[in-house]
Ligand binder design. Structure first.
Ligand code: NAI
Ligand code: MHF
Length: 319
């Protein structure tokens, strides 16, 4: 097993093919998930990201009229999935770890579990705002920003644990990924402020970055240039989403704060149905990948949503 940065260092001629999967909805079977992703194994991704879905809250009126808060998690099982894909496919799992919903102590326990399982990588994120709220709120004794979470992982890599004074504790050795937003994070007031926050993540110990999806490569090229000019020299992996329905051309820019190039958006709008939109999405992504390869990206990371068909349609043209 190896670190993401080690995998990236080994790839010289071609970028690495990597994928991101999501846990199945509660009650789903691990075998179904493994079967769904198996077709992509033909392209030998050296690492697979497994997202962590945060909890949401629903409120139920009880017979006595009081409101009961119910905590629900639709897609649980990130750690178990990491262990399953590691043993079934012999690839490095990269669990996402979140600030949201976690105390620092919860995080420490999670990191100890991952370390014992032999997982050597994490992507450290703040996490989205819990539904149905409209503002991110850290847990009491939890982290507010990804940079703080990165610091905790980096501390453990030095043998510094919470509430322990001994200096002879075993050191973990996690490779730490962090998220980057070429078109700014949706909550950030400006691109520049978001960039300052990105620097904090790098200073806290991020080993590499993976970007939010983008459909305009120029946004990625400008972002990489800005990073390099500002002394950020770690690898920056482009994250790619293959547009696969007409609706996504309306909704993705709004949810994730991105621009769709006008020609692309118009072509998708003119498509007769989702099948036609998906074909346009596939072709757009193939062209994006070719241009990114020519630029010399270290990897092409696909947000697959655990579905292999569209990703394979693109990747088979590229790799
Ligand atoms: N669940 C998952 O697996 C994934 C989730 N994400 C999403 O990425 C988003 C945020 O995660 P990160 O980028 O890790 O969060 P982050 O903590 O780096 O940034 C979140 C927001 O806070 C601001 N910020 C950061 N540090 C700050 C500071 N010290 N002072 C003031 N403002 C600060 C940033 O500019 C940004 O607007 C979330 O929406 C997350 O859910 C992204 C990839 C996968
Ligand atoms: N803010 C944020 N939260 C995330 O969880 C997240 C990111 N960004 N960026 C990186 C990856 C990519 N993720 C995603 C999440 C959803 C779709 C997506 O296509 N979602 C819907 C459309 C939107 C909707 O109807 O809610 C779909 O059609 O599958 C793609 C990538 C998850 N990750």
């Amino acid at each position: 097993m190896a670190k993401v940065t080690e995998h990236l260092a080994k790839a010289n001629e071609k970028p690495i093919f990597s994928i991101e999967i999501i846990p199945p909805a509660k009650g789903g079977k691990i075998d179904e998930l493994l079967n769904d992703i198996e077709p992509m194994m033909e392209l030998k991704p050296p690492f697979i990201d497994v997202t962590y879905q945060r909890e949401e809250y629903v409120y139920k009126t009880m017979p006595d009229g009081t409101q009961k808060e119910i905590k629900k998690r639709k897609r649980a099982g990130t750690v178990g999935i990491c262990s399953a894909i590691m043993h079934k496919f012999n690839v490095d799992p990269v669990p996402h770890i979140l600030c949201g919903g976690f105390t620092k102590e919860d995080t420490e326990d999670l990191l100890i579990d991952l370390n014992f399982l032999g997982v050597e990588n994490v992507v450290a994120l703040r996490g989205d705002t819990a539904k149905p709220f409209n503002e991110f709120k850290a847990k009491k004794d939890g982290h507010s920003y990804a940079s703080e979470l990165i610091e905790q992982v980096a501390d453990m890599n030095k043998g510094i644990y919470l509430h322990e004074e001994s200096t002879y504790l075993s050191k973990s050795d996690f490779c730490i990924g962090a998220a980057a937003y070429p078109e700014k994070h949706y909550e950030a007031i400006s691109l520049d402020i978001d960039f300052e926050n990105l620097k904090k993540k790098v200073d806290a110990g991020a080993d590499y970055l993976v970007t939010q999806m983008f459909f305009d490569n120029q946004k990625y090229f400008d972002f990489v240039k800005k990073c390099r000019e500002n002394n950020i020299h770690i690898p920056i992996i482009p994250g790619l989403k293959i547009l696969s329905t007409k609706r996504q051309s309306e909704i993705l820019p709004k949810i994730f704060y991105l621009d769709l190039p006008e020609t692309f958006a118009n072509d998708v709008k003119k498509a007769n149905d989702d099948k036609a939109a998906r074909q346009i999405g596939i072709e757009w992504c193939i062209n994006q990948c070719k241009e990114l390869m020519a630029f010399g990206v270290p990897a092409l990371h696909f947000y697959t949503m655990s579905k292999s068909t569209t990703t394979l349609a693109v990747a088979k043209e590229i790799f």
